[in-house]
Design a protein around this ligand. Structure first.
Ligand SMILES: Cc1ncc(COP(=O)(O)O)c(C=O)c1O
Length: 395
């Protein structure tokens, strides 16, 4: 009989009932170090006092009114995002997938309004992930996500990750935009080198295309800048955000320049819940914490410590790990052993990691991770790797 919850997930046999900082408590009382942060969502860890206060204060005042009316919390969060980024304007969504939907619509409407309605195609990359909607799966294009769900939304042209010539060759008079994650998350923590992001910006400028960055996973302080593209010294035209911006409350956003957003006039897009008072109150509290030089310096310092210790871990377990990659607190351990074995051994040793493509385990800890947490992370990952080695030896 089909379970009452649609069985689309392969769930680990774990049920967490409480969280604090980087720690989760299982129903049986065991405490797990959370290096997954709900897949890069709990940017400030679990039950951060500033977020709990923002949410409960708002919950006592007003939950929902709809976008028929002004929402001061939404205005405040949009103002903060505009202040801290390239963007002139923001639309709020509830998820990364919805941000992808709007990014695609915005790019197409831009050219439609500029009397170039044929320009509908968006160049995307293999290994990318942009969500599970019809646009999201068509954008990523992998068989794993699209099989059985045709006909796919047309208008996406897929290019090999890192192949700049392939990008140039894919541009036609139908091309509207290039869409890319500055650091691929689901694809196995694959950062786009700064020089390549700069080159993509240049290609867009040379060909009159829009650059859409998907910072759903790598944004909101994760790489040690508020947004990952800042490392490359470029700005996008449109940016998709979600995950960390809500710190665990479902919230997403599309940030855009005034020009890129010019087609999105009243009535062209909307959302019942997007930008609701609860989500935006929490989002404001997240940005207040993260968008400060001291916080981001802390992320970079901790990232350096963690990375150095992971290099040591790889040296200790050359049969299990191949390399550490990524940037900031968005790190991947490329495994030699099956990555799932390492994730499961982590569960046995009360440390949570997240599998990704390319046989990688992802470490996406809360950005508020402490130095003690880092020490614990390495102790637990070391034990888990030893366990994997033992089972490899006895196999
Ligand atoms: C880069 C990227 N884009 C889009 C999404 C989709 O976001 P959501 O699951 O919030 O719809 C994800 C989710 O993992 C993501 O990592």
């Amino acid at each position: 009989m089909i379970p009452s919850v649609l069985p689309t997930y392969n769930r680990a046999p774990l049920t967490f009932v409480k969280g604090e900082g980087a720690w989760l408590t299982e129903a049986d009382g065991r405490r797990f170090l959370d290096l997954g942060a709900g897949i890069a969502v709990n940017a400030l860890g679990h039950a951060h006092p500033a977020l709990v206060n923002a949410l409960t204060e708002q919950a006592h005042a007003l939950w929902h009114v709809s976008n028929l009316y002004h929402i001061p919390q939404q205005q405040a969060l949009a103002d903060k995002l505009v202040e801290h980024t390239f963007a002139d304007t923001v639309f709020f969504t509830n998820s990364g997938t919805e941000s992808c939907e709007l990014a695609v619509k915005m790019a197409r409407k831009y050219f439609y309004d500029k009397d170039q309605p044929e320009r509908v195609e968006i160049i995307t990359f293999d290994g990318s992930f942009h969500g599970r909607s019809s646009a999201g799966i068509a954008a990523a294009g992998s068989e794993k996500m699209t099989k059985g769900f045709g006909p796919l939304l047309p208008g996406f042209v897929h290019v090999t990750f890192g192949d700049l010539d392939g990008v140039t060759n894919a541009i036609t008079d139908k091309t509207a935009a290039i869409m890319i994650e500055p650091v691929q998350g689901e694809g196995g923590i694959r950062p786009v080198p700064d020089a390549e992001l700069k080159a993509l910006r240049q290609i867009c400028d040379d060909n009159g295309l829009l650059l859409i960055l998907d910072e759903v996973q790598c944004g909101v302080g994760r790489t040690g800048k508020l947004f990952a593209h800042e490392w490359a010294g470029i700005t996008p035209d449109i940016m998709m955000v979600a995950k960390g911006i809500g710190g665990g409350f479902p919230l997403g956003a599309v940030l855009a320049t005034e020009d890129a957003a010019s087609g999105m006039t009243a009535g062209t897009h909307g959302s019942t819940y997007g930008g609701n008072p609860l989500g935006c109150a929490v989002g404001c509290a997240v940005i207040d914490q993260v968008a400060t030089p001291a916080f981001l310096e802390g992320v970079n310092r901790k990232a350096g410590m963690l990375r150095q210790k992971l290099e040591g871990l790889i040296a200790e377990h050359p049969e299990v790990f191949e390399e550490v990659r990524g940037t900031g607190l968005m790190l991947g351990l490329k495994c030699k052993a099956p990555n799932i074995d390492m994730v499961n051994a982590g569960y046995d040793n009360e440390v949570i990691t997240v599998p990704a493509a390319d046989n990688v385990i992802r470490l996406l800890p809360p950005l508020t991770l402490t130095e003690d947490d880092i020490a614990q992370a390495v102790i637990r990952l070391d034990k888990a790797a030893a366990q994997v080695e033992e089972s490899m030896a006895s196999a």
